[in-house]
Design a protein around this ligand. Structure first.
Ligand code: TXA
Ligand code: MG
Length: 318
């Protein structure tokens, strides 16, 4: 099975009415279309089209046990797909649209392709905050969309990153500019006890404040229960050394705050800026041909936890 007929060129669509109409038509025909979200770019397909979902796994080179997040325009669309216990309703009220994915029991009549859930009885759903994504979702209905990168590689935060990894393998990319959050959504399972499955764009403190209780942390004894928690994910091409005070000979330094570098996550030590820059810097290091990468320490607070989580995976043995 090929993702696209050989030689097909990936269309670069603008984020206006004409571009979104074209994107919606391609999706309705079973095409793969990369779309901007505020976290990272997603590679979208119609979540009810088995064949399109299969082509998506193929284009990403993704192991099929890894379930996909379904994106919807609003909470009402979400509740047609999943059961929403009171904790989920509260989280949705406070954080949707936004960088929060809720893993909830799937409704038997959801119509979602079983390939999306990889056979699980739960579904990950999210209402993205990016206006272009929401505009498109109103035209299309539920879209399954993992990050728009080949499996195991750096997530894209610009249309150009998508094309670097997937050009010729997907029908189109909608250019919505740079993703503002820059790390993937926080994933919380509500089954019905709230469990943090992946740190992400919304700090867990904010979720705990909303719920008035602590979150369980997913995965017994470090067992990944959200496959995005697999080690060696988000990897740039070079080897990565963390918590480096300075570069050793032959290393390219990625700085943060007072620790300077050949490039920096945030010269002012701003964690929000660092999250927004993270994947763009890893892409830049790939383009520079960096074979050994040293990364300055990033504090383990707020968004720093999501940044460090991605950096640890980038540094994991492959
Ligand atoms: O910000 C994001 O979440 C981006 C944008 C495009 O929305 N998407 C994203 O998707 O990061 P992806 O496919 O790269 O990561 C999805 C994660 C995976 O680790 C997957 O295992 C987990 O969500 N996931 C999805 N459904 C799940 C389920 N039913 N149970 C447990 N984990 C689930
Ligand atoms: Mg991903």
């Amino acid at each position: 099975m090929t993702a696209q007929p050989p030689g097909t060129e990936t269309e670069h669509l603008t984020a206006d009415a004409a571009g979104l109409d074209r994107a919606a038509a391609l999706l309705a025909a079973g095409g793969l279309v990369a779309i901007p979200t505020e976290t990272v770019y997603g590679l979208a397909v119609d979540a009810r089209d088995d064949e399109a979902v299969a082509r998506l796994y193929h284009a990403k080179g993704r192991p099929t046990f890894n379930p996909l997040i379904v994106h919807v325009a609003d909470t009402e669309q979400a509740s047609a797909l999943v059961a929403m216990p009171p904790e989920a309703v509260r989280l949705a009220q406070d954080f949707w649209p936004g960088a929060l994915t809720l893993v909830l029991p799937i409704r038997p009549d959801s119509g979602i392709s079983p390939l999306v859930t990889a056979g699980l009885a739960t579904l990950g759903v999210r209402v993205p905050a990016h206006p272009v994504a929401r505009d498109l979702l109103r035209r299309t209905g539920p879209l399954a969309a993992p990050s728009a990168n080949p499996s195991g590689q750096v997530s894209p935060t610009r249309a150009s990153h998508v094309l670097e990894g997937l050009s010729g393998r997907i029908a189109a990319v909608v250019d919505g500019g740079a993703s503002t959050v820059g790390v993937e959504s926080t994933i919380v399972g509500v089954l019905p006890d709230p469990v943090l499955l992946r740190a992400g764009g919304i700090p867990s403190e904010a979720l705990e404040a909303c719920l008035g209780m602590g979150l369980f942390v997913g995965g017994e004894a470090g067992q990944p229960i959200s496959p995005g928690q697999l080690a060696s994910h988000y990897a740039p091409k070079g080897a990565v050394r963390l918590n480096a005070a300075a570069a050793e000979p032959g290393e390219t330094m990625l700085g943060f705050g007072d620790v300077p570098g050949d490039l920096t996550l945030s010269a002012s030590g701003d964690l929000v800026e660092a999250a927004a820059n993270l994947f763009a810097r890893l892409h830049e290091l790939n383009r520079m041909g960096a074979e050994r990468i040293a990364v300055a320490p990033v504090p383990e607070t707020g968004l720093g936890r999501a940044i460090n989580d991605r950096l640890r995976r980038a540094a994991a043995p492959r």
